[in-house]
Design a protein around this ligand. Sequence first.
Ligand SMILES: Nc1ncnc2c1ncn2[C@@H]1O[C@H](COP(=O)(O)OP(=O)(O)O)[C@@H](O)[C@H]1O
Ligand SMILES: [Mg+2]
Length: 266
Amino acid sequence: MIDAVGVKKRYGSRPILRGVDIVVENGETLVIIGGSGCGKSTFLKCVIGLVHPDEGSIMVDGMDITKLAHETDIAQYRRRFGYLFQEAALFDSLTVWENVTFGLRYLTDIPTHKFRQVARDKLALVGLKDVEDFKPSELSGGMKKRVALARAIAAEPSYILYDEPTTGLDPIMSDVINDLILELQKQLKITSIVVTHDMKSAYKVGSRIAMLHEGRVLGVAHPEVIRISTNPYIRQFVDGLSHGPIKMRLKEFEADPVGAKVNGKA
Ligand SMILES: Nc1ncnc2c1ncn2[C@@H]1O[C@H](COP(=O)(O)OP(=O)(O)O)[C@@H](O)[C@H]1O
Ligand SMILES: [Mg+2]
């Protein structure tokens, strides 16, 4: 279980996370939605210890990971996580099976002569066969995502963090990836966080959906409750409307518009 309380992070003078509270129950898929630049990826990076929050705690399996100071402890901790990066982030010069098993020598005790078979097994789980010897450049966007997903599950993590798993894919391939997320959750009983702004995907894979806005969680609810939410911020986002309380920023560094005060909190 992941229990984040009051997580704050600023870059220079810009507050990104202003006190994020999120609980992810064992076995669930928590979806985090929110506009570009609202801090979704930053939050995921806090969870795996790539970014250190300025304040707050993140308890994972009962341990506060923000208290881990040594790189070796953080590396040890990170073994519990599979991470699907926003860009598939495969190594172009390595074959598919080398990509899938890239982290295993650091993360597991699996002997290297077994790596190829491990890669085959994980690739089968994401619906790929006989692609071990291909190079990433020979694969379509959807296949690259699947290879990246096979890599994320290669070390058999307890948690998977998906950063915009369907961004850049056509609607059909997006749905294939959604089905895979559901399948992995069912088969491997994995606990996941999925960050997305694809509402179709959010409704489909989420046990619950949390909306992040101006550095805080506006609300967390079952997808069917989000679908009929009357909160004007949530409505505007899930309906994809340009008019509403969420003001578009023309520039990344523009000062916060009205959004800085949400639910009366500055
Ligand atoms: N290392 C960094 N240094 C400075 N600013 C950053 C850094 N990482 C992210 N940001 C900024 O923080 C904001 C939130 O980024 P991010 O978490 O990637 O947003 P999201 O994933 O929701 O689109 C963005 O405005 C981004 O430019
Ligand atoms: Mg992001």
